[in-house]
Design a protein around this ligand. Sequence first.
Ligand code: SF4
Ligand code: SF4
Ligand code: SF4
Length: 256
Amino acid sequence: MNEKPKVAFFDFASCEGCQLTIINLEEAVIEVAKLVDIVSFREAMKEHSDEYDIAIVEGSIMRPMDEERLKKIREKAKILVALGACACLGCVQRMLNQWPIKESLKTVYGDEMKDNPYFANFETKALDEVVHVDAYIPGCPINKDEFVQVVLALLQGKKPPIPDYSVCVECKKKENVCMFEIGKFCMGPVTRAGCGAACPTLGSECEACRGFVSHPEENAHTEVLKKYGLSPEGILQRSTMFTYRYREKKEVNSNE
Ligand code: SF4
Ligand code: SF4
Ligand code: SF4
């Protein structure tokens, strides 16, 4: 009988909510556990092994020592999966990249901390800015059904089934009233679907926790936002929470 693939979970800067989502899979986790051997999962078990085939990594990379650790994980894994918005994008902690680290430390902790050498090289990165990533599971937190689908696809050697159309598609199918129609702001037009338009369905604006689709119509989105009376500055502020990665890239390109 063939050995089952060994799976190990790792975490970096994160709230660990994506791992918690996996623990909360209930019956589905038993089905997944039948197909793989989970050899390391700090949140759920105390055993640990450095022998694994698939590394599922949560969290963003913030320190040089994180980069070294991630590279070692990559060396051992045949497949590396980025789990959640922290790992895929840098998530909310990436907002920190907007300012020099000293300035942030001073604002949050006062003068005494601003020159603390421990924080001197802090910069938030997504996993794929440090190592090659084979598959992404977006969201903050991830969608647990999508997690199972991605694991099953990887085990079968198939492409993980992550949608590449916008949240608006799912939102329209649910016949929700559009947030713009009631004077709110929404990132749905440029955001990757797969959450079932969770936020607009519950009356909240989409903040793009799943990141952008591959080819977002940002200009068209900006036109829509302007039509509803949102200023370009306001748009930038509102599109920073999960997606500063995209803005940062643009700012770097425009400075080159
Ligand atoms: S993506 Fe969200 S839920 Fe998942 S670890 Fe990061 S902050 Fe927590
Ligand atoms: S509420 Fe948001 S996701 Fe829904 S249709 Fe309007 S812009 Fe799109
Ligand atoms: S609606 Fe937007 S913010 Fe809400 S879960 Fe979906 S992608 Fe994330």
